[in-house]
Design a protein around this ligand. Sequence first.
Ligand code: GCW
Length: 656
Amino acid sequence: MPLPVPVPPEGVDPAWLPDEAFRPIGTRRTLVRGSGPLVDTVHGEVARACERFGGRVERDAAPGPFDLVLELTGPQELGDEGFTCRREDGRTTVGAYGGAGLLYGLLHVVRLGEAAFHGERQREYHEPALALRMLDHWDNVAVHPVMGQVERGYAGGSLFWADGRARGELERVRAYGRLLAACGINAVAVNNVNVHETEAHLLTDRIGEVAAIAGALRPYGVRTHLSVTFAAPVVLGGLERADPLDAGVREWWAETTARVYEAVPDFGGYVVKADSEGQPGPFAYGRSHADGANMLAAALDPHGGTVHWRAFVYNHHQDWRDRTTDRARAAYDHFVPLDGEFAPNAVLQVKHGPMDFQVREPVSPLIGAMPDTRLAVELQATQEYTGQQRHVCWLGPMWSEVLRFRLEEGACAGELARGGLVAVSNVGDDPFWTGHPLAQANLYTFGRLAWQPDADPHELLDEWLGLTFAPVPEGLCDLLSGSWRTYEKYTAPLGVGFMVQPGHHYGPSVDGYEYSPWGTYHFADRDGIGVDRSVAGGTGYAGQYAKPWAEMYESPQTCPDELLLFFHHVPYGHVLKSGKTVIQHIYDTHFEGVAEVEEAVETWASLAGQVEPGRHARVAERYAEQLRSAREWRDQINSYFFRKSGVPDESGRTIF
Ligand code: GCW
């Protein structure tokens, strides 16, 4: 039986799956062969396309005059998610071993569009480089007094939760699963890693709500994961302790987990933020993070589940006067000694940079330093520090740089992420899914990069544009492709990071975190700026890298310009590789960044009439705010450094 295609509520943007994208399939004759729930999904997709566009679909018929054949056949080596695609004698054939592979094959044909049905095509093999391609939602069930419904969420409420409980209407969640499959994402964690009291109960008495969500995501090959609190045995189980080596505690987790699997048989596993920013963890019992993770891994193991243990562990009560403590060092210092101790179904989830999702950071050295541990790399699609979905900031190039970065001889981050690629979701119940319609490009690019970490991000951007906008208006691609660098230009310079308003993290405040306990400082004075992280005279962080990076980062002479202030404290007159002084670079980039936004605003205005009006209006409104905010950044940063340094702008532009 074909499974009906989910239809999102009236007014919800079709994103990268507009009906038109199915026209080439819907006007033709298709044969679907094989059985299983995901094959029913494939059948449903083709049936609906045919309904729209007049084509025909048959299930399990004898081969006849078909234009497209989608069939479950071997080889087993393709795994559950791989597929082949070929075209000969006027027929396009997709073969897969598993239902998920067939679905991905169909969506591949959708991406190809008309091109899928012309010429000849040698058999191509497609399979994901990473088995786990996951989105972590930082969604709260009950609205949090400070963080709201979605922590760091810029796209309205949660798709899953409202008014303290799961949303009853799940058609939108089904439509979400469909969009995720169409960019290759196969796992979702449905609640915030900061697990508050209400949310803790999802693990036990409220697991039914999780099961309903899992049921809505399953037809598109998306597995459900849950964030849990390490203190669950105490908070939920009435035990006195949550000590991971205590037999009673271990038994509690084993039994609780068995009940989770009764409710959700294909449950993916747990996500845990422990001993981090106030969340409970094994340190309270004098145990290691391997002890903690392995206890949960043992509970999940009989059911095929995985624990994702986050490496975001640092001292958030630091004394700003103390220059020896360096937050950037923390994850490496905590976890490298534990390499080899984690269970095979425990994945250490590492943020891509050593600090916290800044617009520019070096790649976390931890990723290259745990050869005997399964690692997942965590990215942030929600734009906490990159414009909060009010600014256009397409992160594809940044993520791609991270994934292609060779941390140790031969291996790049994308290959070392054997435990998968994860992103903090940027989606909410907003009609455009991501608040800013152009922020959909981040979600799409993330999924496709997780499938193929060495893909060219600009090709993925073209794919997204082609699906979402067909025909793609002239100039639109340029608005996105350089937007990350534009954002970098008018915000914190040369890798120094932060300078945001405390708490909500939107907009400039150069000293906002300078005298705080959070470990995020720039150390600007009248002579210079930056953090000395060298081995020779600084915190020693540069020494956490293997060769050649440790040496390259060690000296301001060899350190790349864009990371100079992350690794070094230098005078304002220090000359960059670009030939400019640091202070002149700051002025120039801030003026340039704003000029680029001004130009983007004009380009966007000129596209009215070529873009769906609702979408055009929403983006125009966001651009107005981006321009206001970029000017504020420019003027605060330039004025601050002019006042500190007393050095005038060579070009004599207005600085306040
Ligand atoms: O960047 C910080 C965010 C927190 C977040 C934390 C984390 C979920 O400001 O809101 O908490 O990172 O990654 O755990």
